[in-house]
Design a protein around this ligand. Structure first.
Ligand code: CA
Length: 232
């Protein structure tokens, strides 16, 4: 018996929804769908999904609001936003609200499947190790994504923990393109994608640094990338 990964697709355009549904069923997913923002949110909150594909323009409630409402309840829910290709503002907005990833329309179906599978692999991989200890002052429970930073409780997203765990293991400056390929599963990152990394790094600095404007732990190495300064 195999357990199929559960995918929720919230998309109002019938043709796209049908195409995505067929695609992911073909790839072995258990697919549910909604064509309305509010109904999509209800489904997201009432079911247990391994990943949610979320369109931006939706009737009754837009994708950003849906994402925001999901995040109020669940930090670990994986969400990929389906955005319009031209709209950098949409992408930045979605990521700021807590989407793990975005894919721009019109998208390549292979790329979309790869992104979803990367998320599943990462979340599965994470379950093997229960806590991430960066130093004597910072440790994070990888299952419920809550951490203790300098004696205070701080909540993280799955993606943030993945980034910290990767940087911690590498113990060297890691470029944005490496992070995009290892953490997000992107094969050919573009300029907007690198902003994705920067936004996540900025959020992480706010969570783990005593002064996020002068980071001591999560440092930028010009021309090389980001390094977590906790191993030595
Ligand atoms: Ca739409």
């Amino acid at each position: 018996m195999t357990i199929k990964p559960k995918l929720l697709i919230i998309e109002d355009e019938a043709a796209i929804l049908r195409g995505l549904t067929d695609l992911f069923i073909f790839h072995g997913f258990d697919v549910s769908s909604e064509q309305d923002g509010l109904k999509g949110l209800e489904a997201a909150l009432s079911g247990k999904y391994d990943c949610i594909l979320l369109d931006v323009m939706l009737p009754s409630m837009d994708g950003f609001s849906v994402c925001n409402e999901i995040r109020k309840v669940s930090r670990e829910q994986s969400i990929i936003m389906l955005t319009a290709k031209s709209s950098e503002a949409d992408i930045i907005n979605g990521l700021t609200l807590g989407a793990d990833d975005y894919i721009a329309k019109p998208f390549s179906v292979q790329e979309l499947v790869l992104r979803v599978k990367t998320i599943l692999r990462r979340t599965g991989w994470d379950e093997e190790r229960e806590s991430l200890t960066l130093n004597e002052n910072i440790s994070i429970d990888k299952n419920n994504l809550s951490g203790i930073v300098n004696g205070k409780e701080v909540v993280f997203t799955r993606r943030e923990v993945d980034i910290l765990a990767y940087l911690h293991r590498q113990n060297r400056p890691v470029s944005r393109s490496e992070l995009l390929s290892e953490i997000w599963g992107y094969s050919q990152p573009n300029l907007i994608d690198t902003r994705t990394v920067d936004i996540h790094i900025a959020k992480l600095r706010k969570k783990i640094e005593s002064n996020s404007k002068a980071p001591k732990l999560l440092q930028t190495f010009r021309g090389e990338g980001y390094k977590l300064m906790v191993n030595s």
